[in-house]
Design a protein around this ligand. Structure first.
Ligand code: SAJ
Length: 417
């Protein structure tokens, strides 16, 4: 079985190596020459457990190679990014379209094409299918097409690719059957056959569900600040109910998925998708809310240029991924009034050490839940910060473990508004 995986990013690389590990002959294709040459040397730019070792084995076994051009295969899997268009919120399919066009010279009858990239509902039918029909193929008879959205959590991708359930949305039942056979190669979770448009909307709604739930938690933070109620305690207690699970509030929703996919649904049904849009707006308002509270905490900021230690650029804990990270909006809101020292042990281009980042600082602002930030050296903070104040927007520090001399703010005890 020869498989071409177009797009060697967070999803494309793990998918390619899993097929390669399971005795398929895999070509990982990416337009970026540096990524390709690095992959061929066994170097990986993404931070993901076990991936480097598996890539090395596949390169040694000759089951994986990376190239800048596709080559003739039996299966083509598209794993390229799908951003949204800023002005219309529509799903930008340009990378998917050019990936599909790039395989046209190589495809032949009986081949299978799979779109894994998250796409707006109906895109497989109305945008992708015509690209191949124009070449004279009848989809479902001599070429097979399916949308099989990836649903894995960065940080745990290899594990989830194998064990999560997998949605297989064929354009016809025969397309679904063909794509099912492919994922059976390594998927141990349930394989759910359905239609392409159902797969598309299910995937978008999974991420939308999470966005709406996070927005509810973030809205609750604002309510708590107004009513002077510790909402972190409220969430803890409410979640003891067997059918309640309010997610965690934070400085905003980052990443390339949850902060984007809800717009794909909204753009197609703007009047109907009211809650979806409101949730996006609420989550997008959180960086400003953090900035406003920082200014409350350091309320003499107009007279004194304070140093703030920004802890975390990555959009999620223990990750090196800073795509759509709310930290950038927080930084934008603070940089004119404060001297910012940015510290993130997972992001290579932030080169300050812990000590440099906290020296003479008036506030340590936690924006990412990296494990390193959960075990702070409080003596060091007391000795070297100008004033030992922490604002923990991710609720990773337990107030009961903080020494008396350190002031801790979080979303449960914001300064009086
Ligand atoms: N976040 C909160 N509060 C929470 C949970 C998350 O503020 O309680 C924030 C995080 O800090 C982060 C953002 O949301 O900034 C998203 O992080 P995440 O870890 O929840 O999810 P992603 O974006 O990394 O991955 C999601 C996953 N989708 C769901 O859990 C429904 C993953 O399974 C998808 O495969 C992925 O999107 C994707 O590629 O679509």
């Amino acid at each position: 079985m020869k498989i071409c995986v177009i797009g060697q990013g967070y999803i494309g690389i793990p998918t390619a190596v899993l097929f390669a590990k399971n005795n398929c002959q895999v070509t990982g294709v990416d337009v970026n020459e540096t990524i390709v040459s690095n992959l061929n040397k066994g170097n990986i730019t993404i931070e993901e457990p076990k991936i480097k070792e598996i890539l090395k084995t596949c390169l040694d076994d000759g089951t994986y190679k990376a190239k800048t051009q596709p080559e003739e295969s039996d299966v083509y899997i598209i794993t390229v990014p799908t951003p949204f268009k800023e002005n219309s919120f529509e799903c930008d399919l340009s990378y998917v379209v050019s990936a599909c066009e790039s395989i046209i010279p190589y495809i032949k009858k009986e081949d299978l094409i799979i779109i894994e990239s998250t796409i707006a509902p109906l895109s497989t039918e109305t945008v992708v299918k015509p690209i191949f029909e124009k070449e004279g193929y009848v989809i479902g008879e001599d070429l097979y097409l399916a949308h099989c959205p990836e649903r894995v959590l960065p940080g745990n991708i290899l594990e989830e690719l194998v064990h999560n359930s997998r949605i297989i949305g064929g354009i016809t039942p025969q397309c679904t059957r063909k794509a099912t056979e492919i994922y059976e190669i390594f998927v141990e979770g349930e394989i759910i056959g359905t239609e392409a448009k159902i797969a598309e909307l299910s995937k978008c709604m999974e991420n939308t569900y999470r966005d709406v739930n996070i927005a509810l938690a973030n809205e609750l933070v604002k309510i708590g600040a107004k009513l002077d109620i510790d909402v972190l305690e409220v969430i803890k207690i409410a979640n003891k109910h067997p059918r309640v699970n309010i997610l965690s509030p934070g400085p905003g929703v980052g990443g390339h998925c949850i902060a984007i996919d809800p717009y794909f649904v909204y753009s197609l049904a703007q009047e109907e998708a009211q809650i979806i849009k409101m949730a996006r707006d609420t989550n997008k308002s959180m960086p400003d809310f953090v900035v406003k509270n920082v200014k409350e905490i350091l309320n003499d900021y107009k007279e004194n240029k304070h140093i703030i230690s920004i802890f975390g650029l990555a959009y999620k804990g223990n990750s090196d991924d800073d795509r759509e990270s709310p930290s950038y909006d927080v930084i934008k809101g603070l940089e004119n009034d404060f001297d910012l020292k940015i510290y993130d042990p997972h992001i290579k281009f932030t080169n300050l050490s812990f000590n440099e980042a906290i020296q003479d600082s008036s506030l340590l602002l936690i924006l990412t839940n990296h494990d390193e930030f959960k075990k702070l050296d409080f003596n060091n903070l007391k000795e070297n910060m100008k004033q030992p104040i922490i604002f923990d927007t991710k609720n990773i520090l337990d107030k009961n473990n903080i020494p008396e001399e350190i002031t801790l703010f979080n979303f449960g005890n914001l300064p009086k508004q």
